[in-house]
Design a protein around this ligand. Sequence first.
Ligand code: MG
Length: 273
Amino acid sequence: MEKLIITIAPTGNVPTKELNPSTPITVDEIVEDIIRCRELGAAVAHIHVRDEEGKPTCDRELYKQVLDKLAEKKCEIITQVSTGARGGGNTSEWRGQMLDLNTDMASLSTGSSNFPNIVNANPFDLIKELAEKMYANNIKPELEAFDLGMIDNAKLLLKEGVLKGPLHFNLVMNVKGSAAGTPKNLLHMVECLPAGSTFNVSGIGPSQVTMLAMAILLGGHARTGLEDTLLYKKGVAATNAMLVERIARIAKELGREIATPDEAREILGLNKN
Ligand code: MG
């Protein structure tokens, strides 16, 4: 089986120091956590940034600072910026303002759904505009599917030529408001992917270990980090390092080797560093 790509999603839009004191919020904290997680086996970093009040933002300048510092510190991790709907605005100009920076990948939701408190609004026009900007800048989208309909939308966009294959997905399981993180749901979503796709899995909250173990068994890839779960297990606060270590350990036990960033580039069809 192909080697396992571990993605670290250290910050997200929801975690705060109050919810988990280990949440990296400032540029330096984010960079430090990513470097540590790279040492522990992560090959991809899914990056969100926060403003000086700690609020989620799409601010290009902050993304630039994170990307520049990672390069400056010679961290060879594959970078993936977020274009998600909770970054403080909902136009493609706002959400895609960082897509001219030197990043390998960017997240792209291919449909709308509910988050616990707001709508995850991704109309077709916005998806198309973001996709266009990604391809124009040689950025590979990671298609975030929170339920089955988003996979069907991706297939439609592939047929229309908006998306270019082979596609790479992140199946985000167990977000409150979307598909529950059950083995049956995940298996069905994997079976519905277009032929030749690669996929990553996020297991939100208590679904973390079961969903990622399944991803490892099914030949998919695994995303972890405080964005996806604040707890390591019931009553124990997680750190990004603990979460990456656990996935690397489970993969080892299940006989799946861990991909280096160079190997992950090969698997994902990215340009050489
Ligand atoms: Mg995200």
